[in-house]
Ligand binder design. Sequence first.
Ligand code: ZN
Length: 179
Amino acid sequence: MENPNAHLFKYCPQCGVKNLFVSDEKSFLCGSCDFKFYLNTAAAGIALIFNKNDKLLVTKRKHDPAKGMLDLPGGFADPGETIEECLIREIKEELNIEIGSLNYFCSVPNTYLYKNITYSITDFAFLCSVNNFDTIQACDDISDFYFMKLNELDKNAFGLESPKIVIDRLRMQFLKKAF
Ligand SMILES: [Zn+2]
């Protein structure tokens, strides 16, 4: 795998010399002072929230990447946070609703291009229960939300790759009769 950010990093952050080389797909090495810099995979959570009519909660992205495209709710884990804590926080921030229980569903690798840097992400998807949707509203970095049937979702309306894969897995698990 090539380093997707090879064109961006030239100067060593430690000694300032223009002698920074790609070490591998996720790291850089300074030829002058031996400084080593990693762009490791970041962890993120995806919340799979169904209402009582078996419709999945889908959001619309307010910002780039993929501004205006559909997404699944969630976000990046903060340092020191579990994915469960991350999802409870993100879903409160984005949608003003409270997650009850969480059950691991699957993990999917993703890439996220933000201001010219390509970040490698590992998305962890959890099935999340929500008892009360009365307070739901689009906040933070989402511009709208929808409840959609799994068999009616158009994967091409999703801007990032990992939600498409997660939706495929949901369909395989929950719509077995349809396939
Ligand atoms: Zn250096």
